[in-house]
Design a protein around this ligand. Structure first.
Ligand SMILES: Cc1cc2nc3c(=O)[nH]c(=O)nc-3n(C[C@H](O)[C@H](O)[C@H](O)COP(=O)(O)O)c2cc1C
Length: 358
């Protein structure tokens, strides 16, 4: 019995294996209305057919101004529910499960899509004014406005409403994006949060937006649905956000109803040294696991079946998330099972192409 292809149950959801697709922006809502279409169905659906236990849909905005780019998807409007439902139905029929990453980009919003350059999209070209914990710009982007304290409750409510829509859209789980230098991370980190109000200063205050969001999202989705949180475990900056703060805040999130932590890193500022390499963020997941006893997911340059299996065999990581390997090969799940000799069900339509078990 492999660890990678053993099931995991979180609340009332059982996921058939521990090899999940990491959220990845596609910048492909061509109507610039946050509505997903054929690209998303084929992209996410292929990976469900390809053996992933869970497919996590990309950063999806809780408000129009929370989009990274005008081409990013969202769940701020009821009109966005039905197109997502087509995708979650397909993923379920393919014997997989679905999750959506709910996000607000803050000062990193209103950018060009990766396909067409960098920098801020001007208001004349369909962009918008951004806001953040701070009024300092992310390098290369327009300066945000510092968010007034009385507007913060509205953002928490946007996350809650989007989570409710995610449930209506058929998602099995939701993930709150608190990583990669987006709005919640901008509040968490002392590098970008120098506020004097109740959302700045102490760790408790900097974490307040996230903790209120976890509470509101849990209340919105009810008790049965898994709620996950993605953190950047470090800013790679002296005096910035780090593993110790991550572990403390994760443990508060757990007390408020979060189930699984997904440990990434960086993204808050440019110009830092990130020691990338195979499995380079696994130690972050192990640390949060030890500190919180919650389920954790490791991500980052996990590209091979045996590597993923070894990470899980440590007993300190519960799930592996795979990004780019799933872009190279949507059937990575089926291939990994064959390489590990795990007996899994293939899609019946694909049976004749089955790889022999190793
Ligand atoms: C094209 C692309 C888009 C991404 N978009 C997101 C995203 O929407 N949300 C997120 O948290 N991470 C995003 N990431 C980061 C991935 O989820 C993952 O953490 C990262 O690629 C490292 O894993 P890998 O080495 O397996 O690719 C993106 C990565 C790629 C390559």
């Amino acid at each position: 019995m492999t660890k990678l292809f053993s099931p995991i149950t979180i609340r009332e959801l059982t996921i058939k294996n521990r090899l999940w697709v990491s959220p990845m922006c596609m910048y492909s809502c061509e109507g610039q209305d946050g509505i997903v279409g054929q690209w998303h169905l084929v992209h996410l659906g292929s990976r469900a057919i390809g053996g992933a236990g869970m497919v996590i849909a990309e950063a999806s905005a809780v408000s129009p101004e929370g989009r990274i780019s005008p081409w990013c998807p969202g769940l701020w409007s009821d009109d966005q529910i039905a197109p997502w439902k087509i995708i979650t139905d397909f993923i379920r029929q393919a014997d997989s499960t679905s999750c959506i990453q709910l996000a607000h980009a803050g000062r990193k919003a209103s950018t060009h899509r990766a396909q067409s350059g960098s920098g801020t999209v001007s208001i004349a070209d369909g962009g918008w004014e951004t806001y953040s914990a701070t009024s300092e710009a992310f390098e290369g982007l327009a300066a945000p406005k510092q968010l007034a304290g009385e507007k913060i409750a509205g953002i928490v409510e946007d996350f809650a409403q989007a989570a409710l829509r995610a449930k209506k859209a058929g998602f099995d789980a939701v993930e709150i994006h608190a990583a990669h230098g987006y709005l919640i991370h901008q509040f968490l980190s002392p590098v970008t949060n120098k506020r004097q109000d109740e959302y700045g200063g102490s760790l408790e205050n900097r974490a307040k937006l996230l903790l209120e969001t976890v509470t509101a999202v849990r209340a919105a989705v009810g008790e049965s649905m898994p709620v996950m949180v993605r953190f950047s475990a470090t800013d790679y900056v002296q005096g910035g956000w780090d593993q110790t703060q991550t572990n403390q805040v994760a443990s508060w999130c757990k007390d408020l109803g979060a189930d699984l932590f997904d440990l990434s890193s960086g993204g808050l500022v440019t110009g830092v040294q990130i020691p990338v390499g195979p499995g380079y963020q696994v130690t972050f997941a192990k640390s949060t696991s030890a500190a919180t006893s919650a389920d954790v997911a490791a991500v980052g340059q996990i590209t091979e079946a045996h590597q993923a299996e070894e990470i899980l065999r440590s007993g300190e990581v519960d799930v592996v998330l795979v990004g780019r390997e799933f872009l190279r090969d949507p059937y990575f799940g089926l291939r990994a099972a064959s390489e590990l000799g795990a007996e899994i069900d293939w899609p019946v339509q694909y049976q004749r192409g089955r790889w022999p078990s190793a």
